[in-house]
Design a protein around this ligand. Structure first.
Ligand code: BT5
Length: 311
C-alpha cells in the first residue's frame, strides 16, 4: 500500500478524525485525504463519516491492503483472487529486482509442489510466496524452509490446531489412529552464485478455509480442524513469525526441534543416493536430518521422508 494511504488508514483506525485535522497532521490537502478515503473504501475498508469525522469501523476479510494493515513485518503484499502459482509470480518479481514482497492468492490454478507435483489450491486457502534476498551462501537456504514450517506451525497452534512438522517441508496434524494428514506444504526456490544467494522464494500452501474433501486424500484443513479462521490475522501471524526467524537463523533449529513430529521416529528417506532407513535423531544447521541406521549416523540434506511404524 502506498505510504500516505497507509498513514491515513492508521490515523482512521485510532478513532474519529476530521478531514481538516487529518490533512494538517499528514501535511496534505483535504482533497487528497478524500481521495485516499475513497480508495480505501474501494479496497473494502468500512470508513464511516459522522459529526466527529472519519472513522475506520471494519477491515476486509482478506486481500493485500487487509493483510498489510496492522502487519508487523516489512513486506508489501501483492494479492490475486486467482493466479496460476504464487511461487511462479514471485520468481518473475525476483527477475524484476523486487524484494520483501509477498505474493498472496485466494486460489491457484497451477499450484506446484516439489519435483513438479501438483498442489491443490482451491479458493479459501492461504497460498503465499515470500520473496527476499538474504545475505547468505546458497547452501544455507534450507534453513528458510524450516523457518517457514516453524512460522506456520506456531500460527496453527495459536489457532488451536495440533500441528507438527515433518521434515523437511510438511506441517501435519495427527488423526488419532496413528496416521497424520497434511495441513501445509512448503516449496523453497532460489537462485544464487557460488558464495551468495541472489533471491529466495519460500512458498507456503496453507489449507485454510477449504473443505478437506476438495483436496487430495490424506489432506486436512484449518476448517476441518477448528472451523474457519480469520485469514487476514492468520497470514499476518505467519509473516511476522517468518520475518523474526529469517533475521535470526540460529533460533530456527531449537524451535523446529520443539515442534517436530519427525525426531524420535523411524523414518525412510528417499534420497538421490538411495533410501536411508533408521531413527531420526536430530536436525542440524542449515536443515539436515540426522538418521541413525544402527550402523552409522547419516546426514541427509534432501529427500522425501516417510514416517514408519516402530519395529
Ligand atoms: C509440497 O510439495 O508440499 C510443497 C507445496 C507448496 C505449495 C505452495 S502454495 C504457494 C506456493 N505456490 C506454489 O505454486 N507452490 C507453493 P511436496 O512435498 O512435493 O508435496 C506434494 C504432494 O502433496 C502432492 O503430490 C499431493 O500428494 C499432496 N498435495 C497436493 N495438494 C495438497 C494440499 N492442498 N494439501 C495437502 N496435500 C496436498
Amino acid at each position: 500500500m502506498q505510504e500516505t494511504r497507509h498513514r491515513v488508514l492508521d490515523a482512521l483506525s485510532e478513532g474519529p478524525v476530521s478531514g481538516p485535522d487529518l490533512a494538517e497532521r499528514l501535511d496534505i490537502s483535504r482533497a487528497a485525504i478524500w481521495k485516499h478515503v475513497e480508495a480505501l473504501r474501494e479496497d473494502g475498508f468500512t470508513i464511516e463519516s459522522g459529526d466527529d469525522g472519519y472513522e475506520l469501523t471494519d477491515v476486509p476479510e482478506f486481500g493485500g491492503p487487509a493483510v498489510e494493515f496492522g502487519l508487523d513485518a516489512p513486506f508489501t503484499i501483492e494479492y490475486h483472487d486467482s493466479i496460476p502459482s504464487t511461487n511462479s509470480r514471485a520468481r518473475e518479481l525476483a527477475d524484476e529486482g523486487e524484494s520483501d514482497v509477498v505474493v498472496l492468492a485466494d486460489e491457484q490454478t497451477g499450484g506446484r509442489g516439489r519435483l513438479d507435483r501438483e498442489w491443490s489450491s482451491p479458493s479459501g486457502g492461504i497460498w503465499l510466496s515470500v520473496l527476499f534476498r538474504p545475505e547468505v551462501p546458497p547452501a544455507q537456504t534450507p534453513v528458510f524452509t524450516l523457518a517457514a514450517a516453524v512460522a506456520v506451525t506456531r500460527a496453527a497452534r495459536e489457532a488451536g490446531v495440533d500441528a507438527r512438522i515433518k521434515w523437511p517441508n510438511d506441517v501435519l496434524v495427527p488423526d488419532g489412529d496413528g496416521e497424520s494428514s497434511k495441513l501445509v506444504g512448503i516449496l523453497t526456490e532460489m537462485e544464487g552464485e557460488a558464495d551468495r544467494v541472489s533471491w529466495v522464494v519460500v512458498g507456503m500452501g496453507i489449507n485454510a478455509n477449504v473443505d478437506a474433501a476438495e483436496l487430495v486424500p490424506d489432506a486436512t484443513s484449518l476448517r476441518e480442524q477448528v472451523g474457519d479462521v480469520d485469514r487476514r490475522v492468520f497470514t499476518q501471524r505467519v509473516l511476522e513469525e517468518f520475518d523474526a526467524l529469517r533475521a535470526d537463523p540460529e533460533s530456527v533449529l531449537p524451535a523446529w526441534r520443539d515442534l517436530s513430529a519427525t525426531l524420535g521416529q523411524r523414518v525412510r528417506v528417499e534420497t538421490p543416493g538411495g533410501d536411508v532407513v533408521g531413527e531420526a535423531v536430530d536436525v542440524e544447521f542449515p536443515g539436515s536430518l540426522i538418521v541413525d541406521t544402527e550402523e552409522e549416523r547419516v546426514r541427509v540434506t534432501a529427500g522425501d521422508c516417510e514416517h514408519l511404524r516402530p519395529v
